[in-house]
Structures are given as structure tokens and as C-alpha cells.
Design a protein around this ligand. Structure first.
Ligand SMILES: Nc1ncnc2c1ncn2[C@@H]1O[C@H](COP(=O)(O)OP(=O)(O)O)[C@@H](O)[C@H]1O
Ligand SMILES: [Mg+2]
Length: 313
């Protein structure tokens, strides 16, 4: 099956005022792809570059290098209008991302009103259809965001993201601000919508237990680089990178004794992506690191159908 989205050697660097040629390498050589009906989970600690990936794919942040393709078309060869039609985003905090002065239907219909010349009546009708699709009562179309609960607001955000019939949804920590019981409802809704509409999801989360529930593939990032990337089942059952093992251990979702007993991280802080450590960027915190790990950046090798960047695994 054809890839819906392909990312090749993507780099997004932020210039900083600390002198010439100083950059925060928020994304450094990231490659992955997704197919129809597929979800890739992007996982890593705060600051590892997850939101930069979302913004770069949305065209909100300019990439420094690499290629992005929708189907077989390069990102550079499609208009921003076509891009918005194909790829939409759902944000973490619906209250932050929904305009408080707009009614529910206006929020949902906004992308449609901007991108086409539908009448107000048509837009209202379409918005109500979307409300039903995401499990909201269309009678609420004239309410304001603060009149909805947190979970309902996230449904509004999802309805808005779907109104242009996109192929890809980027979900940046979409359930992190919600209670656990509500999280499950939203995740189930996302699964249903994926099946119904043939969507591809880029599901960003720091929470591996959430990703475990929804992702077909997992990409673990550390300081802007891929640590481990492969089928979710393999990565969860038999993680190979020490960083993945650490994340799984702290998520308390693995029955694997090796993971449960995996040694603690060294006490070092998360390094700044402005000055990443030489060699393997994880070596300053890795409990298994040897002198060899300080010498050069390990290659991303294919090990048992999973890409792993570690000389020890
Ligand atoms: N506009 C910006 N200018 C400079 N540095 C930035 C900017 N946005 C993000 N960063 C830095 O890039 C890195 C990745 O940030 P981000 O993509 O927000 O990570 P995450 O979403 O995983 O927490 C961080 O070190 C962050 O401080
Ligand atoms: Mg973020």
C-alpha cells in the first residue's frame, strides 16, 4: 500500500542568539512513513522535538533540511490550501486552542469558511453533522467552548480538524489534559473515526500507556533523533534501546522482567539540544553506557525489523 505521508531525513533547527552557527537541533535527521488507517506514536520526554515535528508537518515551522511527501507529491509542490485539506491538527488543550468568542459551530466550520465559499447555512449544517460524528449533540451548535466539558471540547477540536476531510491528523498530546476515564472515551472515538474515514494518525504523547492503546508503530525520540522505530507490538514486547526500556519501565505497563528490573537512569539532567553530548546523545544518562558510547553517534540499524540507534543492543 502507498504511503500517505513520508518524512525523509527531516531537520528543523532553531537559530539562537548565542553566536553564529548556533542552533537548537529540535529535529535532526528524522525519517518515517505512514499508510492509510495507520497510527504512528511519537514518544519522548518534554523538549525532544515532538511539537516541532507537528509544526513542521503543518507548515508552521520551516524545515532546515530533508523531504516531506504527501503520497508521491513533495510538500514544496502543493499549495498551503491543499496541505490544509490533507493534514490537520488536534491540540493538547482544547480550551487554549478554541476561540472563546466563537460558537461551537463557528469553531468547527472555520476551516471550511476559510477554504471554500460555502454559505453560512451550509457551514452550520456541515458543522452539526460533524458534531454528531464525534458524539456531540448538534443542539449545542450555538454554545460557546466554556459551556462544554474538557472531553466535549476535545471532541469539538476533533470535529474542526475533520471538517475538510483530511487524510492525516496530527494529534499533539490530545488526551494529556483529560481525566483518565475521559481519555479512554476520546481514544475510542479516535479509533472509530480512523476506521470510518480511513485516517492516518501521527499521535504524539509522552505517555506510553496511551500510545500502547492506539499505535501501530512507535517512534521513540531523544533530543531530536530517532532512538527506536518499529511495529508497536515488537517495541512494547521486546524494546531494544535502553531509552525505550527506561520509558517503558516508568510507564509500568510491561510484564517483562528485564524491563521491570532495568537499572535506573544516571542522575544527569536531560541535556540541552543546543549542546547535545558527543557520541550517543543518551550516554550521559544511560545506565549501560560504556566509553565506546561517547565516541561516535551510533547508526540507526535494522535489528529484527526495528530501527535501533545503540551499539549495545
Ligand atoms: N521557537 C523556538 N525557538 C528556539 N527553540 C525552540 C523553539 N521552539 C522549540 N524550541 C526548542 O526545541 C526543542 C524541542 O521543543 P518541542 O518541539 O516543543 O519539544 P516537545 O514538544 O517534545 O516538548 C526544545 O529544546 C525547545 O526549547
Ligand atoms: Mg510539545
Amino acid at each position: 500500500m502507498e504511503n500517505v505521508l513520508t518524512v525523509k531525513n527531516l531537520k528543523t533547527y532553531y537559530p539562537v542568539n548565542k553566536g553564529p552557527n548556533k542552533f537548537v537541533k529540535a529535529l535532526d535527521d528524522l525519517s518515517f512513513s505512514i499508510k492509510k488507517n495507520q497510527t504512528i506514536g511519537i514518544v519522548g520526554e518534554s523538549g525532544c522535538g515532538k511539537s516541532t515535528l507537528a509544526k513542521t508537518l503543518m507548515g508552521l515551522e520551516k524545515r532546515t533540511g530533508g523531504e516531506i511527501y504527501f503520497g508521491d507529491k513533495s510538500f514544496d509542490d502543493i499549495s498551503s490550501k491543499e496541505r490544509y485539506g490533507n493534514i490537520q491538527m488536534v491540540f493538547q488543550d482544547p480550551l487554549d486552542s478554541l476561540n472563546p468568542r466563537k460558537k461551537a459551530w463557528e469553531i468547527i466550520a472555520d476551516p471550511l469558511l476559510i477554504n471554500s465559499n460555502v454559505s453560512k447555512d451550509e457551514a452550520l449544517k456541515k458543522a452539526k453533522e460533524l458534531m454528531e460524528l464525534v458524539g456531540l449533540r448538534p443542539e449545542g451548535a450555538h454554545k460557546y467552548p466554556h459551556m462544554f466539558s474538557g472531553g466535549q471540547r476535545q471532541r469539538l477540536g476533533i470535529a474542526r480538524a475533520l471538517i475538510l476531510n483530511p487524510k492525516v491528523l496530527i494529534l499533539d498530546e490530545p488526551v494529556s489534559a483529560l481525566d483518565v476515564s475521559i481519555q479512554a472515551q476520546i481514544l475510542n472515538l479516535l479509533k472509530d473515526l480512523q476506521k470510518k474515514m480511513g485516517l492516518s494518525y501521527i499521535f504524539i504523547s509522552h505517555d506510553l500507556s496511551v500510545v500502547n492503546y492506539i499505535a501501530d508503530e512507535i517512534l521513540v525520540m531523544y533530543l531530536g533523533k530517532v532512538s527506536e522505530y518499529g511495529p508497536a507490538e515488537k517495541v512494547f514486547k521486546a524494546p531494544q534501546h535502553p531509552y525505550t526500556k527506561t520509558l517503558l519501565k516508568s510507564a509500568h505497563i510491561s510484564n517483562n522482567d528485564e524491563i521491570k528490573n532495568f537499572p535506573k537512569l544516571k542522575d544527569a539532567e536531560l541535556p540541552s539540544p543546543l549542546n547535545p553530548p558527543n557520541g550517543c546523545s543518551f550516554h550521559t544518562r544511560c545506565p549501560l553506557a560504556t566509553e565506546e558510547c561517547e565516541k561516535g553517534l551510533p547508526n540507526l540499524d535494522n535489528k529484527d525489523g526495528v530501527q535501533v540507534r545503540c551499539i549495545l543492543s
